[in-house]
Design a protein around this ligand. Structure first.
Ligand SMILES: Cc1cc2nc3c(=O)[nH]c(=O)nc-3n(C[C@H](O)[C@H](O)[C@H](O)COP(=O)(O)O)c2cc1C
Length: 218
């Protein structure tokens, strides 16, 4: 891939404000977008995310009423993804989720599992000092990495997207709970992303110059 092609992909991605609702993303293209999330890096490899794909129209209408940042995107997009992050207690060294991850997913030997849990405990006690809010923020930061990768992979396939944090947190949570899609003991509502095909051309991108963003230390 050339530098021009890479820049083309990065410039293709923009916060799409309205999608062409007649155009649907194919199953295989969408699976690659999901893979972009699944294969993302996360601290200690704990994959603290979950992706809800909301294709039910009436549920989307409900969500749009409490999402000022996605009023047009949510009903018109081809696929709506709600990203959840694991709650702090889920990420503790002695949680059943961490045990499942190390045992069933990573298939670590017993000794390595105990070592790994020890490192997690050390991080809980030192970096986070058992501060639940700090741990929740850290969990959400990992999910944002998955979100970014999903949007870039989407743009690589010339599929548009819009990250949306513009919603009433409590109201969206209530809707998800009502539909048995969220257990607040386990997950925290983190971000929505709409995927689909643009109906309007975007305005040109504005960005600070690299000179203003980058400090070289030589
Ligand atoms: C975490 C996050 C939340 C955002 N929330 C919204 C939103 O609710 N509605 C919206 O239209 N755009 C939203 N955006 C898009 C940004 O406004 C947009 O990415 C930014 O202005 C840069 O423009 P560009 O993405 O078109 O390059 C969000 C972006 C991020 C990363």
């Amino acid at each position: 891939m050339t530098h021009e092609q890479i820049l083309e992909i990065l410039n293709f991605r923009h916060a799409c404000k309205e999608f062409d609702s007649s155009k649907k993303i194919s199953d295989s293209d969408f699976e690659i977008i999901l893979k972009g999330g699944q294969l993302s890096p996360s601290s200690m490899g704990i994959e603290p995310w979950k992706f809800l794909v909301i294709q039910n129209e009436s549920l989307r209408e409900e969500l749009a009423t409490v999402s000022w940042g996605g009023k047009k995107q949510i009903p018109s997009c081809s696929h709506l993804v709600i990203l959840l992050s694991r709650m702090p207690k889920e990420l503790k060294h002695d949680s059943s989720y961490i045990h499942h991850l190390l045992t069933d997913v990573k298939q670590m030997p017993q000794e390595a599992i105990e070592n790994f849990k020890g490192v997690i405990k050390m991080i809980e006690d030192t970096r986070f000092q058992n501060n639940e809010q700090a741990l929740l923020n850290y969990s959400c930061l990992q999910t944002y990495i998955a979100a970014a990768n999903m949007m870039t992979v989407s743009a690589m396939q010339q599929i548009d997207s819009c990250a949306m944090g513009g919603y009433d947190q409590e109201a969206v949570e209530e809707i998800l709970i009502k539909h048995n899609l969220l257990n607040k003991d386990e997950f925290y509502l983190t971000l929505m992303i709409a995927f689909g095909y643009r109906i309007n051309e975007p305005t040109p991108k504005t960005r600070q110059s690299l000179n203003d963003l980058v400090v070289w230390v030589k």
